[in-house]
Design a protein around this ligand. Structure first.
Ligand SMILES: Cc1cc2nc3c(=O)[nH]c(=O)nc-3n(C[C@H](O)[C@H](O)[C@H](O)COP(=O)(O)OP(=O)(O)OC[C@H]3O[C@@H](n4cnc5c(N)ncnc54)[C@H](O)[C@@H]3O)c2cc1C
Length: 435
């Protein structure tokens, strides 16, 4: 390190033209963290800035609707990596900075501007900006006590209020809504779930699985109302706090908390401002490169070619799962180190609701046949999805062996003949075939 005397003043950095080196990762969560970790594992030696707008060290979200909400895990155990890890790996972790604008030159380098006024120069850019909760836009939607569950602050706000609440209405019968509803019910709350559509969990699972969850939750005492939407929220406390939900048919449900889980919107604002192609997420190629050929975009914010072997040509997909964030980050890490590697493995997903442990292997889009394997006595249930005779996905509840068998078959391009799969007593791995 050099020293400077009074005769030789230290050079003053020209802040108007910051040196544009290194990689800037915007979004410090599942995919951003994995990208930084994978890059270092591949020997990427340029400086990395991992920047996010949340005030917390990067943490895992899945527990927010499950163990963390129920109070069975501490926040510290959700943190991905220690401060020491980031320091040792030459990654600058920047918290609490929200990027509002990016200026960029033709070579792809540029400067990201935060709402605080700070700016972050970069040579390469990664967008790992995820998705935000869709807002409930009805009368009373902004009352105190109307809550969401996308990030740690949301979970802390819910936990802070839950002690004083007896009645909770969950709006939205998707994964997050059902997980949170099960957790809140376990915590002794009187929970009602309102689902606008004719079945639970939208298009993420097939009809049999949706029906299974409906019956299983009802049998466990959860009040689930399908084809039901909230017309408006009523208020108490001088019009400040939520008091109830009025349904379209005029029914009034008391609620000290209304938890909204009606899906997410991918964060594409920065990509749009950069002129990147956007269509239900930031459009990327098989190597996680956006339309400019240099920015990588991965995880919940990215719309990518369907990576499942045998997918229809041109089929695209935006996935919201931990496994996808991790695998997609690995693809991007290869791209940033000059290699071309495609998505490895089969997309998979899990959701824990009460004692129901759902694991999904593959993507069921475009299936033309299902095979049901149900073992009521053991509380196991699986649905296998087929397209033109080839297994493409499975939903497995408390059936990890079925899940593993389908996931392995998909990864190896093998099949599990539908007729043989229908007998729940036959282990699927014993009937897997080469085509
Ligand atoms: C409650 C909950 C439970 C879940 N449970 C499961 C589960 O059981 N299984 C499963 O597979 N998946 C689950 N998921 C989904 C999983 O957590 C997500 O798929 C994963 O977090 C996606 O990671 P990501 O990094 O792509 O995006 P995100 O996790 O959304 O992270 C994006 C980050 O970027 C930040 N950001 C956005 N814009 C800016 C900006 N302009 N400047 C700075 N920072 C910005 C955001 O604040 C956020 O911190 C769950 C999600 C939630 C919310």
């Amino acid at each position: 390190m050099g020293t400077h005397t009074a005769e030789q003043p230290a050079p003053v950095a020209d802040l108007s033209v910051p040196t544009r080196t290194g990689l800037l990762i915007i979004g410090a969560s599942q995919s951003g963290v994995q990208l930084a970790v994978s890059l270092r594992a591949l020997g990427f030696d340029e400086h990395i800035t991992l920047l996010g707008d949340e005030d917390h060290r990067p943490y895992q979200r899945p527990a927010l609707s499950k163990e963390f909400l129920q109070g069975t895990v501490e926040s510290e155990s959700l943190i991905f990596r220690s401060n020491e890890y980031w320091a040792e790996h030459n990654v600058d972790l920047v918290k609490g900075e929200y990027i509002v604008r990016i200026d960029r030159d033709a070579d792809g380098s540029g400067i990201a501007h935060a709402s605080s006024g700070r700016h972050f120069p970069f040579k390469r850019l990664a967008l790992t900006v995820g998705a935000r909760a869709r807002k409930l836009e009805i009368d009373g939607g902004d009352l105190d006590g109307v809550l969401y569950l996308r990030n740690a602050d949301d979970a802390l706000a819910l936990k802070a209020r839950v002690g004083d609440a007896q009645d909770v209405v969950v709006i939205g019968g998707g994964f997050i809504g059902l997980e949170a509803a099960s957790s809140l019910q376990k915590m002794g709350k009187n929970v009602t779930v309102l689902e606008f559509g004719p079945r639970l969990v939208g298009r993420a699972v097939g009809e049999e699985t949706a029906e299974y969850f409906l019956q299983a939750h009802r049998a466990r005492g959860l009040d689930i109302r399908l084809n039901t939407s909230a017309a408006r929220l009523t208020a108490t406390d001088g019009g400040r706090s939520v008091a109830g939900v009025e349904l379209q048919d005029g029914t009034l449900l008391p609620a000290q908390i209304v938890l909204v889980g009606i899906g997410v919107i991918p964060n594409t604002q920065l990509a749009e401002q950069l002129g990147l192609t956007v269509d239900n997420g930031i459009v990327v190629d098989r190597y996680a490169l956006a339309s400019d050929g240099t920015t990588v975009a991965i995880g919940d914010c990215a719309n990518m070619p369907n990576p499942v072997p045998g997918a229809e040509p041109g089929e695209r997909i935006r996935l919201e799962s931990v496994n996808n964030a991790i695998e997609h980050a690995k693809v991007a890490a290869y791209s940033l180190t000059g290699r071309r590697e495609e998505y490895a493995g089969i997309p998979w997903f899990w959701s824990n609701q009460a004692d129901l442990k759902l694991q999904i292997a593959g993507l069921c889009n475009g299936y033309d046949r299902t095979v049901l394997r149900s073992d009521e006595e053991r509380g196991k249930f699986s649905v296998l999805y087929y397209r033109r005779g080839q297994v493409i996905a499975a939903d497995c509840v408390n059936a990890p062996l079925d899940f593993m068998a389908v996931k392995n078959a998909l990864a190896k391009g093998r099949n599990i003949p539908a007729d043989a799969a229908a007998d729940p007593a036959t282990p699927l791995k014993t009937i897997t075939t080469d085509s």
